[in-house]
Design a protein. Structure first.
Length: 440
């Protein structure tokens, strides 16, 4: 008969193994939601958050918690749409709406994505050049080629696993924020109490934050990756994929909420880093994340500078495939092509053709003489202006019983979706009003 000490030890061991098992299961269910959240913090997003922190300091930290339920609600509706219908977002719009709705929506996505791809590749190359001394003009096509090979040669399962591990690079921004030694009392106050200014600069920054956090390309990517998960599980037809159990929807909710929480947490620390250094020390305006990285070196030290730089390059490798992939998924699904990362370029040539063209078009912007890097911030503003119509479509689709059956979005999800579209529209109107009245 075991002693009390032995019994207590056995109980602790069982509890430990149970917690370890629960933790392993939690990490195993993370997938499309986590990848979407990490890809949300792309070089364009990093530039936007850097500009915001440098220009307005701690005053915009509140946007991290404010946007969290909004982006989580929209992404969750996209995930549920795909899981229940068995289709990606492009395919659903093609089935439920006329062509004059479908193709303008796809066109807006393609234009925004190509600009973002070019900006992200340019940002990755310029940042790498700062550290290595290599020419940025050589690094941009190298990065583009590596990313295309990654998507074309590896299976979906392997690609998804690589993407999941690459999300760890974003913790570099958490470390760089602590190395910046912020005023934590001011940080706490700015985090809890929202701050608004009636100026064109402030509202443009707010629209950019909304646009880079709640980005249209993530809507398409989230839905398409849920379909890819189903395909990887052997459900190759729409009929086989249609429907979702309570457990599957619960797992997806945990995945999406974790991914969006992770995304906004990183956003918070990027703003915090540049606010605690560039803004506090009177560094003035910056236009890009590269300038932020350079400014950090004398203010926060070599460690913060290297971590910030590593984050830009790492997130580029994560976000460019998502941008190019969401473009190919949107066009391919809308046109009814075989559109899957599980397929090969030989079996899905048009899908990979669009993916490659999107990459080449973005790369072409890098060499066009067009200052793509300076457009990183403004591409986020464009996303902020263009996102509301797509959010309305997502809310309407997820509310239709013909698509969702008894899985229609809850009143809370629908309310958050409508609220997101309204807030983003009002922010854009306020920005344009300030621009027209000349208030800087």
């Amino acid at each position: 008969m075991p002693t009390k000490t032995e019994a207590s030890s056995n109980t602790l061991s069982i509890a430990h193994h149970k917690r370890a098992g629960q933790l392993r299961r939690f990490f195993s269910l993370l997938g499309p939601g986590l990848i979407s959240g990490a890809a949300d913090d792309d070089p364009s997003g990093i530039s936007t958050y850097s500009v915001a922190g440098a220009q307005f300091g701690y005053a915009v930290l509140w946007t991290a918690w404010f946007t969290l339920p909004l982006v989580a609600a929209v992404q969750l509706m996209c995930a549920r749409l795909a899981m229940v219908s068995g289709r990606g977002l492009g395919s659903l719009i093609a089935v439920r709406y006329p062509r004059w709705v479908l193709w303008p929506a796809c066109a807006l996505l393609v234009v925004a994505n190509v600009i973002n791809i070019g900006a992200d590749l340019a940002g990755m190359a310029a940042t790498s050049a700062l550290v290595t001394g290599a020419k940025a003009s050589y690094l941009a096509p190298l990065y583009a080629g590596l990313i295309f090979v990654l998507l074309a040669r590896f299976s979906y399962r392997r690609t998804a696993t690589i993407f999941k591990w690459m999300t760890l690079v974003l913790f570099a921004y958490v470390l760089s924020a602590f190395l910046a030694r912020p005023d934590w009392k001011s940080v706490l106050h700015a985090t809890v109490f929202p701050h608004l200014e009636w100026s064109a600069d402030y509202w443009a920054t707010l629209v950019a934050i909304l646009g880079t956090t709640i980005s249209p390309y993530l809507f398409f990517w989230q839905a398409s990756e849920e379909v890819e998960e189903e395909r990887a599980a052997g459900r190759t037809s729409v009929k086989q994929r249609r429907g979702a159990t309570d457990a599957e929807l619960s797992d997806s909710r945990a995945d999406v909420n974790t991914g969006m929480l992770f995304s906004n947490l990183i956003m918070y620390f990027i703003v915090l880093t540049t606010a605690a250094t560039i803004n506090v020390h009177g560094g003035g305006r910056i236009e890009t994340a590269q300038q932020a990285a350079q400014a950090l070196r004398p203010l926060a030290g070599q460690g913060a500078y290297l971590l910030f730089t590593l984050g830009i390059v790492g997130t580029g490798f994560l976000s460019v495939p998502v941008l190019a992939g969401s473009t190919a998924f949107a066009i391919g699904e809308a046109a009814g092509w075989n559109s899957s990362l599980s397929a090969t370029p030989r079996t899905a040539p048009r899908f990979y053709g669009v993916l490659g063209i999107a990459m080449l078009a973005g790369l072409g912007l890098v060499y066009s003489g067009f200052n793509v890097i300076s457009m990183l911030f403004w591409s986020a503003v464009v996303n902020g202006v263009l996102a509301p119509p797509l959010i309305v479509i997502v809310v309407l689709l997820s509310s239709q019983e013909k698509i969702m059956g008894r899985r229609v979005s809850s009143r809370l999800l629908r309310s958050l979706g409508w609220l997101t579209a309204i807030i983003m529209t009002l922010a854009a109107v306020a920005m344009f009003a300030n621009l027209l009245t000349g208030k800087s």
